[in-house]
Design a protein around this ligand. Structure first.
Ligand SMILES: O=C(O)CCC(=O)C(=O)O
Ligand SMILES: [Fe+2]
Length: 310
């Protein structure tokens, strides 16, 4: 792994204030967003509406939940395939995660907090953060749709998930892999990084790994497999990995906007025409997730299995 070329370029920065009132100004912002989705599948978001104190409180809550004994973390069972606790494994021995499927549901939030015996303060922070990040995911989804000339509320009711990640990096593990290269299966992922410990690398279209340095207070957006299907091949599902760079516990919070609740994942008709025939067969997100897990095709290759033959 260490032989791969890692460059220190940077991903596009999207300033949410630029989508303001003036049409001329915002046209530029939508174009930049669309280019970021098409060329990188990854961008940094600045000037979002999630309060800084909520981000730092959530980080503390998440850290203490991840520090719970293994038998308590094990109560965080899957709701859909792979959505619950992930213990360290032979493939990713330094990594573990807790998960919460459907962060837009009060019932799901309650049950997650119950499983982990969360305090009332912890519950309040998890609920507030879930509300804020859910709102942001919808807002960015809306802007992505508008950047393609589509109506704005296409993502209402889509299911969202948290995955809170802990990397147990030690002096002996420096230079090894924290999480293997993968794409996210989601439409989009909002990542609150570790403020101090870097290690995330995204693969650009030239095949170079770009090191993502932490930028506290901002958020990192990744597009996943569902974004590629939804955009009929236009949006890029960025491959990424986490490398162990230093001996420190690393904690990140990934919030995924996954897919529609009941409907199939497919490109809207407006994005399909003679020049852009439908590339993927409509599928159920849960089935696709199971397919990725059962085939172990975690870096977007599973999309080939749902390609339309024409
Ligand atoms: O921890 C990170 O920086 C990335 C985590 C990630 O890629 C994921 O949860 O899918
Ligand atoms: Fe990821």
């Amino acid at each position: 792994m260490g032989e791969d070329q890692v460059i220190s370029s940077s991903v596009p920065v999207i300033d949410l204030r630029e989508f303001g009132d003036s049409n001329i100004y915002s046209e530029k912002a939508y174009k930049k967003l669309r280019e970021a989705c098409e060329e990188w599948g990854c961008f940094r978001v600045i000037n979002h509406q999630i309060p800084m104190d909520l981000m730092s409180e959530m980080k503390k809550v998440v850290r203490s939940l991840l520090d719970l004994p293994a038998e308590i973390k094990g109560r965080n069972v899957d709701v859909i395939a792979g959505s619950g606790y992930v213990a360290p494994s032979p493939a990713n021995p330094l990594y573990e995660a807790l998960g919460l499927y459907d962060l837009g549901s009060a019932e799901a939030l309650r049950s997650f907090c119950d499983q982990l015996d969360a305090s009332s303060h912890q519950r309040e922070i998890v609920e507030r953060y879930a509300g804020a990040v859910h709102g942001l995911a919808l807002d960015i989804g809306r802007k992505m749709a508008m950047s393609m000339g589509l109506e704005s509320d296409l993502f209402k009711g889509w299911r969202c998930q948290f995955r809170i990640n802990k990397y147990n990096f030690t002096p002996e593990t420096v230079g090894s892999s924290g999480v293997q290269i993968h794409t996210d299966s989601s439409f989009l992922t909002i990542l609150q990084e570790d403020e101090n410990v870097g290690g995330l690398e995204v693969l650009n279209k030239n095949g170079e790994f770009v090191a993502i340095d932490p930028w506290p207070g901002t958020l990192l957006l990744n597009l996943g497999d569902v974004a590629t299907v939804w955009s009929n091949g236009r949006f890029y599902n960025v491959k990424h990995r986490v490398e162990c760079k230093e001996a420190a516990i690393r904690v990140s919070i990934a919030s995924f906007m996954l897919a529609p609740k009941d409907e199939a994942v497919e490109a809207p008709q407006e994005l399909v025409d003679d020049e852009h025939p439908r590339l993927y067969l409509p599928f159920s997100y849960e089935d696709y997730r199971k397919l990725r897990l059962s085939t172990k095709l975690r870096a977007g290759e599973a999309l080939e299995l749902v390609r339309s033959s024409r």
